[in-house]
Ligand binder design. Structure first.
Ligand SMILES: *Cc1c(COP(=O)(O)O)cnc(C)c1O
Length: 815
């Protein structure tokens, strides 16, 4: 977009204070990830949960000169204010105007699953056919969608936007802002179903997006969807896809596994290889083909585009580099949008100095000078220490870059220059088009190569949190349990990410865990569930909040508070015993508790309890009994304390099974890591943890030979055996050797044969002929899943995660 403040006021019926002629090209709503301040307005969005006005100061500190907010704060100088009545409605109004006055062709995607992946696939297939704009990440809500639409500029020809709703009556508002010409309805699942009276209501709500569409492409496997769309939209062009034969677009069946899949598109057949044959991927592939056909892409082109997709590894990864650097590797593709995303990502890290490696942007037809001017403006605002440009085109514009700038004709030349290996204590962003293969730089810059890693997908955590949040009332707070090193994944890294995403509380088990977080800069309130006797001074010194579960702890802690000279009411959390019989105050102790509390300078910040069996349907009666005791006893406390602390009792499966008892806060643990005992919920969650290693060696072992210690496995025919470098010292229980457990290679399970050694184990790969040395091996993630793996070990996923040895390198990715 490109408006003056005055234009915007006119469009939205709002008022400007200050310089009316300032130009606005971007609107930022998160002061922490402003990648460019020039022509950027900061909007303070007020929601039920948060007031964005808290962040105005931070935005102005970063250099923002235009603020959109519901109130004027006159003490900031030289700022243009757009004063609005309601920040969210303002954004929607502006977005509607902007969209309606653009000349793009638009695709609107909605459904329960697959929206983001389809949007990204479509984008990858189409961006070099038409200048294309899409939602950044999954910005698809009442706020996210308007912000996405505002990114449309005059050069765009196509817009691909996903639209998400979670409650009744939301779609109407969104459709009023955005009415796509082509509507795409993906799978309808059970997400958000709880907020609707029936599946039919959910469908009716979603398909409101297509009210003004010309074409509707939809997954017709769900017969109710098929019927609804046909009834409501009989006058529109309708194309259904899916596995069932009634669909216009489906698969030719009975294709052997190793052959190409064949899509039947009306009377045509289009065949291409697909490497992942799970149902979701295949269904998405059908949707993709259908949209591409609708946009007039020919079959040959479609096949090429789909083939190119398989190379997509669309992720930004942050890795620990040599010389205390952090390396952010984004060497998949390069265009302006993805550059912006990467610069945002960069700003989430706190390193004073940064450097950039950037290549030519390939495959664009626009004016190169304008393109690189825009690129250099974005880059200059970041104040990089050094900028390394690779490629003939971008090198021609090197004088546009204000940092120390070096140019190279190719990646090899940069490697030879040895510049990169001299960088110390910086954050280095590698951003390039695929053909430059700048991932080679990552290999050079990475601290150590680890064959065995535990990869943690932070965005999957966010997805899982948001999924659980979608079940809750907007006001309900959330505590994330990061005890035991965040269930083994790395307490600081996870907490820092959650803090960034405004988690309300963190929960740790012991004081040391809280101290570590404070020392590294975590400022969110932290509750210590089991504060040990001699640690109370530390609790206070580090501003941690103790769980108080007995009179002994209460007295000792209060003594420590008095000694410390703390002169306000210290926040504590009262644990009630309701049936778990672990820690907590019992019924008969309440009167005394009230008396003691009322005589002390302490503030009961929260009252809580813990469910022993929220995951077990058979224990519903017992759980309801626990909930009843909690209700009764917490009420009694509140009546006698004279104020209302935060109440909370639900853990992850409590959130999904006993949503009505959410009180003021819930405590998330395993659910955030993508695990649920309920298979319907499990489908809605994303897998967070991937334990991976590689094949060290493959041997063809002759018939009758034995494998490993104590000769527990003997071959009965010449057998291909692979050795992988993980063993019981890494946290793989020795009892899953001897064909109890499996690992995955190319999505195929391979049994562990013989006894597991300390640092290695052997697996049978006879049935996986294409496996090679150096290939990746999945200990758990998709196949086998963490749950499968826990099943081999005869235990629960919690124990598996917390048992992975610290020597297994944890790496964090955001996809
Ligand atoms: C660990 C823990 C949780 C989280 O439980 P999940 O089942 O992982 O969601 C919640 N509350 C308390 C008190 C805990 O100790």
């Amino acid at each position: 977009m490109n408006y003056t403040a005055e234009d915007i006021a006119e469009i939205t019926g709002t008022k400007v204070i200050g310089d009316k002629q300032r130009i606005i090209k971007n609107i930022a709503f998160d002061s922490r990830i402003i990648y460019s301040t020039k022509n950027t307005a900061f909007i303070a969005i007020n929601t039920q949960k948060n007031s964005g006005e808290k962040f105005i100061e931070a935005a102005i500190d970063r250099g923002i000169e235009i603020i959109i907010s519901e109130h004027h704060h006159p003490y900031y100088k030289n700022i243009t204010w757009i004063i609005v009545e309601n920040s969210v409605e303002f954004l929607q109004k502006l977005a509607k105007y902007h969209y309606e006055n653009s000349h793009i062709k638009s695709i609107g995607i909605t459904g329960s699953n697959g929206k983001t992946i389809l949007k990204e696939w479509l984008y990858q297939c189409l961006w070099n056919e038409f200048p294309t704009v899409k939602n950044p990440k999954s910005f698809n809500s009442q706020i996210g969608l308007p912000l996405s639409l505002l990114q449309i500029n005059s050069s765009h020809k196509l817009g691909i936007f996903e639209v998400g709703i979670s409650k009744p009556n939301e779609m109407e508002k969104l459709e009023n802002i955005f009415h796509p010409q082509i509507g795409l309805l993906t799978h309808i699942g059970t997400a958000h179903l709880a907020n609707f009276a029936s599946e039919e209501d959910l469908i009716n709500e979603k398909i409101k997006l297509f009210k003004n569409s010309e074409v509707i492409i939809y997954n017709g496997d769900n017969l109710l969807v098929d019927k609804k769309i046909k009834t409501l939209y009989s006058s529109k062009k309708l194309i259904s896809y899916g596995f069932k034969e009634n669909n216009h677009v489906n698969f030719k069946i009975n294709i052997p596994k190793e052959d190409n899949v064949v899509v039947k598109y009306f009377d045509e057949e289009i065949s291409f290889p697909v490497h992942q044959r799970d149902e979701a991927t295949l269904t998405n592939a059908l949707a993709l083909v259908t949209v591409l056909k609708e946009l007039g892409i020919n079959n040959k082109n479609i096949i090429e585009k789909i083939n190119a997709l398989k190379a997509v590894e669309m992720r930004l990864e942050a890795i620990e580099g040599i010389k205390n650097n952090i390396v952010i590797n984004d060497s998949f593709n390069l265009d302006l949008d993805s550059l912006k995303t990467a610069l945002q990502f960069l700003n989430e890290y706190n390193k004073p100095k940064k450097s950039l490696v950037l290549t030519d942007i390939v495959g664009v037809n626009s004016n190169l000078k304008e393109l690189y001017e825009e690129v250099s403006e974005l880059v200059n605002e970041q104040k990089f220490d050094s900028v390394f440009l690779i490629g003939n085109e971008i090198s021609k514009f090197s004088e546009l870059f204000k940092s120390k700038t070096f140019t190279f004709i190719n990646t090899q030349k940069l490697i030879e220059s040895k510049h990169l290996t001299e960088i110390e204590n910086q954050i280095i962003l590698l951003k390039g088009a695929r053909k430059f293969e700048i991932e080679r730089l990552k290999d050079i810059l990475e601290l150590r190569k680890h064959d065995t890693v535990l990869e943690v997908n932070l965005n999957a955590i966010l997805h899982n949190i948001n999924f659980h949040k979608s079940l809750l009332k907007p006001k309900t707070k959330m505590m994330a349990m990061v005890k035991a090193n965040a269930y083994g994944l790395g307490s600081y890294e996870i907490s820092e990410f959650l803090q960034h995403h405004h988690i309300d509380y963190l929960g740790v088990a012991f004081v040391d865990e809280g101290v570590e977080l404070r020392k590294k800069g975590i400022t969110v309130p932290i509750v210590v569930m089991n504060p040990e006797q001699h640690s109370y001074e530390t609790v206070i010194a580090y501003n941690l909040e103790p769980e108080i579960y007995s009179f002994r702890v209460l007295e000792l802690f209060y003594e420590a508070v008095q000694k410390s000279g703390y002169d306000k009411k210290y926040p504590i959390h009262i644990k009630l015993e309701t049936g778990m019989h672990r820690l907590g105050f019992k019924d008969f102790e309440l009167d005394e508790l009230i008396q003691v509390l009322n005589n002390k300078n302490l503030k009961v910040q929260s009252i809580f309890s813990h469910l022993s069996s929220s995951d077990l349907p058979d224990e519903k009666e017992f759980t309801l009994h626990q909930l009843e005791i909690f209700n009764k006893n917490s009420n009694y406390l509140i009546e006698n304390l004279g104020y209302s602390p935060i109440l909370h009792i639900l853990n992850s499966s409590g959130i999904t099974n006993y949503t009505d008892y959410q009180y003021d806060m819930v405590r998330m643990g395993i659910g955030m890591l993508g695990e649920s005992p309920n298979s319907e919920i499990q489908k809605q969650l994303r897998s967070v943890v991937s334990f991976k290693t590689v094949i060290s060696q493959i041997s063809l072992v002759e018939n009758g030979e034995s494998i490993g210690y104590s000769r527990r496995f003997k071959t009965d025919h010449p057998t291909r055996i692979a050795t992988i470098p993980v063993g019981y010292a890494d946290g793989i229980p020795r009892l899953i050797g001897n064909q109890v457990g499996n690992v995955g290679i190319n999505k195929t399970l391979a049994p562990i044969v013989g006894n597991i050694c300390m640092d290695m184990m052997m697996i049978n790969i006879d049935h996986i002929p294409n496996a090679k040395e150096g290939d990746s091996v999945t200990v758990f993630n998709a196949k086998p899943t963490l749950k499968d793996f826990a099943g081999y070990c005869n235990t629960i996923t919690y124990e598996i995660l917390t048992s992975i040895s610290p020597r297994v390198k944890r790496i964090y990715v955001k996809d």
